[in-house]
Design a protein around this ligand. Sequence first.
Ligand code: TXA
Ligand code: MG
Length: 341
Amino acid sequence: MAAAAECLVNGGLVAFPTETVYGLGAHALDPAALARLFSAKGRPAHDPVIVHVASVADIAPLVSTMPPAVAPLAARFWPGPLTLILPKSAAVPLQVTAGLETVAVRIPAHPVAQALLRAAGVPVAAPSANLFSRPSPTKAAHVLEDLDGRIDMVLDGGTATVGVESTVLDLTGPVPTVLRFGAVSLSDLRSVVPDVVAGAPRMVADATPQPSPGLLSQHYSPRAPLILYEGGREAVLDQLMQDARGAISRGKWVGVIAANEDTLSPTSANLRVVRIGPEADAVAIAKRLFSAFRELDAVGVDLILVRGFPAGDGLGMAVQDRLRRAATQIVPCPLRQPTRR
Ligand code: TXA
Ligand code: MG
Protein backbone atom coordinates (compact mmCIF):
# COMPACT_ATOMS: atom_id res chain seq x y z
CA MET A 1 0.00 0.00 0.00
CA ALA A 2 2.84 2.36 0.85
CA ALA A 3 4.50 1.63 -2.50
CA ALA A 4 1.24 2.19 -4.37
CA ALA A 5 0.60 5.49 -2.58
CA GLU A 6 4.15 6.65 -3.25
CA CYS A 7 3.79 5.74 -6.90
CA LEU A 8 0.59 7.82 -7.16
CA VAL A 9 2.06 10.82 -5.35
CA ASN A 10 5.06 10.73 -7.71
CA GLY A 11 2.91 10.81 -10.81
CA GLY A 12 2.54 7.07 -11.53
CA LEU A 13 -0.54 5.13 -12.60
CA VAL A 14 -2.04 2.69 -10.09
CA ALA A 15 -5.13 0.59 -10.82
CA PHE A 16 -7.17 -0.26 -7.74
CA PRO A 17 -10.42 -1.99 -6.83
CA THR A 18 -13.54 -0.09 -5.91
CA GLU A 19 -16.92 -1.61 -5.05
CA THR A 20 -18.24 -0.68 -8.54
CA VAL A 21 -15.41 -1.46 -10.98
CA TYR A 22 -11.61 -1.13 -10.97
CA GLY A 23 -10.30 2.42 -11.40
CA LEU A 24 -7.05 3.63 -12.94
CA GLY A 25 -5.68 6.20 -10.52
CA ALA A 26 -3.47 9.22 -11.13
CA HIS A 27 -2.64 12.26 -8.95
CA ALA A 28 -5.58 14.55 -9.80
CA LEU A 29 -3.61 17.78 -9.36
CA ASP A 30 -0.57 16.68 -11.42
CA PRO A 31 -0.90 17.59 -15.13
CA ALA A 32 1.87 15.20 -16.23
CA ALA A 33 0.25 12.27 -14.39
CA LEU A 34 -3.10 13.15 -15.98
CA ALA A 35 -1.55 13.21 -19.45
CA ARG A 36 -0.16 9.71 -18.81
CA LEU A 37 -3.57 8.56 -17.58
CA PHE A 38 -5.41 9.65 -20.73
CA SER A 39 -2.74 8.19 -22.96
CA ALA A 40 -2.62 4.81 -21.14
CA LYS A 41 -6.38 4.39 -21.61
CA GLY A 42 -6.47 5.83 -25.10
CA ARG A 43 -9.13 8.13 -23.70
CA PRO A 44 -9.99 11.27 -25.66
CA ALA A 45 -9.24 14.52 -23.80
CA HIS A 46 -12.89 15.63 -24.08
CA ASP A 47 -14.04 12.91 -21.65
CA PRO A 48 -13.81 14.16 -18.03
CA VAL A 49 -12.76 11.83 -15.17
CA ILE A 50 -13.98 11.32 -11.60
CA VAL A 51 -11.86 12.54 -8.67
CA HIS A 52 -11.77 10.09 -5.76
CA VAL A 53 -11.17 11.17 -2.17
CA ALA A 54 -11.26 9.38 1.19
CA SER A 55 -13.67 11.62 3.08
CA VAL A 56 -16.10 14.53 2.75
CA ALA A 57 -13.57 16.92 4.26
CA ASP A 58 -11.29 16.29 1.27
CA ILE A 59 -13.89 17.69 -1.15
CA ALA A 60 -13.85 21.33 0.02
CA PRO A 61 -10.59 22.25 -1.79
CA LEU A 62 -11.94 20.81 -5.06
CA VAL A 63 -15.14 22.87 -5.26
CA SER A 64 -15.95 26.58 -5.57
CA THR A 65 -19.25 26.25 -3.71
CA MET A 66 -20.80 23.32 -1.84
CA PRO A 67 -24.43 22.77 -2.94
CA PRO A 68 -26.65 22.19 0.12
CA ALA A 69 -27.70 18.75 -1.14
CA VAL A 70 -24.14 17.40 -0.73
CA ALA A 71 -24.25 16.98 3.05
CA PRO A 72 -27.43 14.85 3.22
CA LEU A 73 -26.43 12.83 0.12
CA ALA A 74 -22.98 12.22 1.58
CA ALA A 75 -24.44 11.16 4.93
CA ARG A 76 -26.69 8.61 3.24
CA PHE A 77 -24.64 7.27 0.29
CA TRP A 78 -20.93 7.86 0.99
CA PRO A 79 -18.68 6.03 1.01
CA GLY A 80 -20.40 4.23 -1.86
CA PRO A 81 -21.35 3.98 -5.55
CA LEU A 82 -22.44 7.61 -6.06
CA THR A 83 -20.60 10.34 -7.98
CA LEU A 84 -21.60 13.99 -7.59
CA ILE A 85 -20.96 16.69 -10.20
CA LEU A 86 -20.08 19.93 -8.38
CA PRO A 87 -18.78 23.42 -9.34
CA LYS A 88 -15.00 23.08 -9.56
CA SER A 89 -12.39 25.20 -7.79
CA ALA A 90 -9.28 26.61 -9.45
CA ALA A 91 -7.24 23.81 -7.84
CA VAL A 92 -8.69 21.21 -10.21
CA PRO A 93 -6.83 21.09 -13.55
CA LEU A 94 -9.01 21.49 -16.65
CA GLN A 95 -7.55 18.20 -17.92
CA VAL A 96 -9.55 16.39 -15.22
CA THR A 97 -12.80 18.06 -16.21
CA ALA A 98 -12.20 18.19 -19.97
CA GLY A 99 -12.48 21.95 -19.83
CA LEU A 100 -15.78 21.96 -17.91
CA GLU A 101 -16.25 24.25 -14.91
CA THR A 102 -17.64 21.29 -12.96
CA VAL A 103 -15.89 18.36 -11.30
CA ALA A 104 -17.06 14.80 -10.62
CA VAL A 105 -16.29 13.58 -7.08
CA ARG A 106 -16.71 10.19 -5.42
CA ILE A 107 -15.82 8.57 -2.08
CA PRO A 108 -15.49 4.84 -2.78
CA ALA A 109 -16.36 2.28 -0.09
CA HIS A 110 -13.92 -0.50 -1.01
CA PRO A 111 -11.42 -0.93 1.86
CA VAL A 112 -8.46 -1.11 -0.56
CA ALA A 113 -9.54 2.10 -2.29
CA GLN A 114 -10.06 3.79 1.08
CA ALA A 115 -6.64 2.67 2.31
CA LEU A 116 -4.93 3.83 -0.88
CA LEU A 117 -6.60 7.26 -0.84
CA ARG A 118 -5.69 7.74 2.82
CA ALA A 119 -2.09 6.64 2.28
CA ALA A 120 -1.68 8.85 -0.80
CA GLY A 121 -3.25 11.89 0.85
CA VAL A 122 -3.97 13.48 -2.54
CA PRO A 123 -7.14 13.50 -4.65
CA VAL A 124 -6.99 10.68 -7.20
CA ALA A 125 -8.44 10.97 -10.71
CA ALA A 126 -9.69 7.52 -11.65
CA PRO A 127 -11.65 6.51 -14.70
CA SER A 128 -12.53 2.84 -15.03
CA ALA A 129 -9.31 0.89 -15.65
CA ASN A 130 -10.14 -0.34 -19.17
CA LEU A 131 -9.00 0.75 -22.60
CA PHE A 132 -11.36 3.43 -23.93
CA SER A 133 -14.74 1.97 -25.05
CA ARG A 134 -13.98 -1.52 -23.68
CA PRO A 135 -16.12 -2.96 -20.85
CA SER A 136 -15.17 -1.70 -17.39
CA PRO A 137 -12.97 -4.18 -15.45
CA THR A 138 -14.47 -6.01 -12.48
CA LYS A 139 -11.32 -8.05 -11.71
CA ALA A 140 -7.60 -7.30 -11.62
CA ALA A 141 -7.12 -9.76 -14.51
CA HIS A 142 -9.40 -7.58 -16.69
CA VAL A 143 -7.21 -4.57 -15.93
CA LEU A 144 -4.09 -6.44 -17.05
CA GLU A 145 -5.90 -7.71 -20.16
CA ASP A 146 -6.30 -4.09 -21.32
CA LEU A 147 -3.47 -2.17 -19.66
CA ASP A 148 -0.53 -4.47 -18.86
CA GLY A 149 2.65 -2.64 -19.83
CA ARG A 150 0.87 0.74 -19.91
CA ILE A 151 0.49 1.28 -16.14
CA ASP A 152 2.76 0.98 -13.08
CA MET A 153 0.76 -1.23 -10.75
CA VAL A 154 -2.54 -2.92 -10.04
CA LEU A 155 -3.84 -3.71 -6.57
CA ASP A 156 -5.84 -6.95 -6.64
CA GLY A 157 -8.88 -6.70 -4.37
CA GLY A 158 -10.86 -9.58 -5.86
CA THR A 159 -14.07 -9.25 -7.83
CA ALA A 160 -15.94 -5.92 -7.60
CA THR A 161 -19.19 -6.48 -5.72
CA VAL A 162 -21.43 -4.05 -7.68
CA GLY A 163 -20.04 -4.68 -11.17
CA VAL A 164 -21.33 -1.54 -12.94
CA GLU A 165 -20.06 2.03 -12.56
CA SER A 166 -21.36 4.52 -10.00
CA THR A 167 -24.56 6.51 -10.31
CA VAL A 168 -23.64 10.02 -11.54
CA LEU A 169 -25.76 12.88 -10.15
CA ASP A 170 -25.27 16.42 -11.46
CA LEU A 171 -25.87 19.07 -8.77
CA THR A 172 -24.74 22.03 -10.87
CA GLY A 173 -27.87 22.62 -12.95
CA PRO A 174 -31.30 24.05 -12.05
CA VAL A 175 -32.57 20.54 -11.21
CA PRO A 176 -30.48 17.66 -9.76
CA THR A 177 -30.12 15.27 -12.69
CA VAL A 178 -28.96 11.65 -12.92
CA LEU A 179 -26.47 11.41 -15.81
CA ARG A 180 -25.63 7.71 -15.39
CA PHE A 181 -27.57 4.91 -13.70
CA GLY A 182 -25.86 2.75 -11.09
CA ALA A 183 -26.50 0.96 -7.83
CA VAL A 184 -27.93 4.07 -6.14
CA SER A 185 -31.42 4.24 -7.66
CA LEU A 186 -33.58 7.21 -8.55
CA SER A 187 -35.91 6.40 -5.65
CA ASP A 188 -32.95 6.13 -3.24
CA LEU A 189 -31.82 9.60 -4.34
CA ARG A 190 -35.35 11.03 -4.13
CA SER A 191 -35.65 9.85 -0.55
CA VAL A 192 -32.95 12.45 0.22
CA VAL A 193 -33.41 15.03 -2.58
CA PRO A 194 -37.04 14.79 -3.76
CA ASP A 195 -36.70 16.76 -7.01
CA VAL A 196 -34.01 14.55 -8.66
CA VAL A 197 -34.78 13.77 -12.32
CA ALA A 198 -33.31 11.25 -14.78
CA GLY A 199 -31.36 12.87 -17.61
CA ALA A 200 -32.36 11.99 -21.15
CA PRO A 201 -29.72 9.59 -22.42
CA ARG A 202 -27.95 10.85 -25.51
CA MET A 203 -27.89 7.85 -27.80
CA VAL A 204 -26.09 9.32 -30.79
CA ALA A 205 -22.38 10.04 -30.71
CA ASP A 206 -21.34 13.41 -32.06
CA ALA A 207 -18.41 15.76 -31.74
CA THR A 208 -20.04 18.54 -29.68
CA PRO A 209 -19.04 18.90 -26.01
CA GLN A 210 -20.84 16.25 -23.95
CA PRO A 211 -22.64 16.92 -20.67
CA SER A 212 -21.48 13.43 -19.73
CA PRO A 213 -19.76 11.31 -22.33
CA GLY A 214 -20.86 8.25 -20.36
CA LEU A 215 -24.18 8.99 -22.03
CA LEU A 216 -22.81 8.24 -25.47
CA SER A 217 -23.97 5.13 -27.20
CA GLN A 218 -21.33 2.51 -28.07
CA HIS A 219 -19.64 2.53 -24.71
CA TYR A 220 -18.69 -0.51 -22.64
CA SER A 221 -18.65 -2.69 -25.74
CA PRO A 222 -17.30 -6.16 -26.28
CA ARG A 223 -15.30 -6.57 -29.52
CA ALA A 224 -17.91 -8.79 -31.14
CA PRO A 225 -21.12 -7.11 -32.38
CA LEU A 226 -23.79 -7.37 -29.69
CA ILE A 227 -27.49 -7.82 -30.45
CA LEU A 228 -29.94 -7.10 -27.64
CA TYR A 229 -33.42 -8.68 -27.62
CA GLU A 230 -36.05 -6.80 -25.64
CA GLY A 231 -39.64 -7.74 -24.86
CA GLY A 232 -41.55 -10.65 -23.41
CA ARG A 233 -39.38 -13.51 -22.17
CA GLU A 234 -40.77 -16.25 -24.45
CA ALA A 235 -40.72 -14.04 -27.55
CA VAL A 236 -37.20 -12.87 -26.74
CA LEU A 237 -35.80 -16.39 -26.26
CA ASP A 238 -37.58 -17.70 -29.41
CA GLN A 239 -36.20 -14.92 -31.61
CA LEU A 240 -32.74 -15.04 -30.03
CA MET A 241 -32.36 -18.80 -30.54
CA GLN A 242 -33.77 -18.60 -34.07
CA ASP A 243 -31.12 -15.98 -34.90
CA ALA A 244 -28.42 -18.01 -33.13
CA ARG A 245 -29.27 -21.07 -35.23
CA GLY A 246 -29.27 -18.95 -38.39
CA ALA A 247 -25.84 -17.49 -37.62
CA ILE A 248 -24.42 -20.92 -36.71
CA SER A 249 -25.71 -22.36 -39.98
CA ARG A 250 -23.80 -19.58 -41.78
CA GLY A 251 -20.63 -20.77 -40.04
CA LYS A 252 -20.51 -18.25 -37.19
CA TRP A 253 -19.47 -18.76 -33.60
CA VAL A 254 -22.23 -17.38 -31.39
CA GLY A 255 -22.13 -16.25 -27.76
CA VAL A 256 -25.35 -15.92 -25.76
CA ILE A 257 -25.81 -14.08 -22.48
CA ALA A 258 -28.84 -15.45 -20.65
CA ALA A 259 -30.48 -15.88 -17.26
CA ASN A 260 -29.89 -19.04 -15.21
CA GLU A 261 -33.41 -20.33 -15.77
CA ASP A 262 -33.62 -19.69 -19.55
CA THR A 263 -34.26 -22.75 -21.71
CA LEU A 264 -31.94 -22.55 -24.72
CA SER A 265 -32.09 -25.49 -27.08
CA PRO A 266 -30.78 -27.09 -29.12
CA THR A 267 -27.18 -26.66 -28.03
CA SER A 268 -24.37 -26.63 -30.58
CA ALA A 269 -20.59 -26.85 -30.52
CA ASN A 270 -20.58 -23.34 -32.05
CA LEU A 271 -22.77 -21.87 -29.32
CA ARG A 272 -21.30 -20.60 -26.05
CA VAL A 273 -23.83 -19.68 -23.36
CA VAL A 274 -22.93 -17.53 -20.36
CA ARG A 275 -25.59 -17.44 -17.65
CA ILE A 276 -25.24 -14.39 -15.44
CA GLY A 277 -27.87 -14.87 -12.74
CA PRO A 278 -31.53 -15.45 -12.01
CA GLU A 279 -33.68 -13.18 -14.24
CA ALA A 280 -35.09 -11.22 -11.31
CA ASP A 281 -31.77 -10.79 -9.47
CA ALA A 282 -30.40 -7.48 -10.74
CA VAL A 283 -27.60 -7.55 -8.16
CA ALA A 284 -26.23 -10.85 -9.50
CA ILE A 285 -26.68 -9.80 -13.13
CA ALA A 286 -24.93 -6.44 -12.70
CA LYS A 287 -22.01 -8.15 -11.01
CA ARG A 288 -21.40 -10.55 -13.92
CA LEU A 289 -22.39 -8.47 -16.97
CA PHE A 290 -19.04 -6.93 -18.01
CA SER A 291 -17.21 -10.10 -17.11
CA ALA A 292 -19.52 -12.01 -19.50
CA PHE A 293 -18.64 -9.58 -22.33
CA ARG A 294 -14.95 -10.22 -21.75
CA GLU A 295 -15.42 -13.97 -21.40
CA LEU A 296 -17.12 -14.20 -24.80
CA ASP A 297 -14.54 -11.94 -26.42
CA ALA A 298 -11.80 -14.18 -25.04
CA VAL A 299 -13.48 -17.24 -26.57
CA GLY A 300 -13.49 -15.34 -29.86
CA VAL A 301 -17.19 -15.51 -30.78
CA ASP A 302 -18.28 -13.65 -33.95
CA LEU A 303 -21.53 -12.40 -32.47
CA ILE A 304 -23.02 -11.92 -29.00
CA LEU A 305 -26.78 -12.26 -28.50
CA VAL A 306 -28.18 -10.99 -25.20
CA ARG A 307 -31.64 -11.22 -23.75
CA GLY A 308 -32.89 -8.05 -22.03
CA PHE A 309 -33.34 -8.24 -18.26
CA PRO A 310 -36.15 -6.59 -16.25
CA ALA A 311 -35.19 -2.93 -15.74
CA GLY A 312 -36.98 -1.95 -12.51
CA ASP A 313 -35.15 0.74 -10.56
CA GLY A 314 -31.50 1.01 -9.62
CA LEU A 315 -29.25 -1.81 -10.77
CA GLY A 316 -31.81 -3.25 -13.22
CA MET A 317 -31.93 0.13 -14.93
CA ALA A 318 -28.12 0.31 -14.90
CA VAL A 319 -27.91 -3.12 -16.58
CA GLN A 320 -30.46 -2.11 -19.25
CA ASP A 321 -28.54 1.12 -19.85
CA ARG A 322 -25.15 -0.62 -20.24
CA LEU A 323 -26.64 -3.27 -22.54
CA ARG A 324 -28.28 -0.66 -24.77
CA ARG A 325 -25.01 1.24 -25.08
CA ALA A 326 -23.06 -1.91 -25.83
CA ALA A 327 -25.58 -3.04 -28.46
CA THR A 328 -24.90 -2.62 -32.15
CA GLN A 329 -28.56 -3.53 -32.71
CA ILE A 330 -31.67 -3.73 -30.52
CA VAL A 331 -34.40 -6.17 -31.62
CA PRO A 332 -37.84 -5.49 -30.11
CA CYS A 333 -39.74 -8.75 -29.54
CA PRO A 334 -43.47 -8.14 -29.10
CA LEU A 335 -45.26 -10.19 -26.45
CA ARG A 336 -47.49 -11.76 -29.09
CA GLN A 337 -45.59 -13.46 -31.90
CA PRO A 338 -46.92 -12.83 -35.42
CA THR A 339 -48.67 -15.99 -36.69
CA ARG A 340 -46.44 -18.11 -38.87
CA ARG A 341 -47.60 -20.17 -41.80
O1 TXA B 1 -17.84 3.63 -10.50
C1 TXA B 1 -17.20 4.52 -11.08
O2 TXA B 1 -17.66 5.65 -11.23
C2 TXA B 1 -15.82 4.16 -11.61
C3 TXA B 1 -14.92 3.90 -10.41
C4 TXA B 1 -13.48 3.67 -10.82
O3 TXA B 1 -15.01 4.95 -9.50
N1 TXA B 1 -15.30 5.22 -12.42
C5 TXA B 1 -15.77 5.48 -13.66
O4 TXA B 1 -15.11 6.50 -14.32
O5 TXA B 1 -16.70 4.89 -14.17
P1 TXA B 1 -15.28 6.81 -15.86
O6 TXA B 1 -14.26 7.84 -16.15
O7 TXA B 1 -15.20 5.56 -16.63
O8 TXA B 1 -16.69 7.48 -15.95
C6 TXA B 1 -16.86 8.78 -15.48
C7 TXA B 1 -18.21 9.30 -15.89
C8 TXA B 1 -18.25 9.52 -17.38
O9 TXA B 1 -19.56 9.22 -17.83
C9 TXA B 1 -17.97 11.02 -17.45
O10 TXA B 1 -18.47 11.57 -18.62
C10 TXA B 1 -18.70 11.53 -16.23
O11 TXA B 1 -18.46 10.54 -15.24
N2 TXA B 1 -18.15 12.80 -15.78
C11 TXA B 1 -16.95 13.04 -15.23
N3 TXA B 1 -16.79 14.36 -14.95
C12 TXA B 1 -17.94 14.95 -15.33
C13 TXA B 1 -18.40 16.30 -15.29
N4 TXA B 1 -17.66 17.30 -14.82
N5 TXA B 1 -19.64 16.54 -15.76
C14 TXA B 1 -20.42 15.54 -16.23
N6 TXA B 1 -20.04 14.24 -16.28
C15 TXA B 1 -18.81 13.95 -15.84
MG1 MG C 1 -15.35 4.14 -18.05
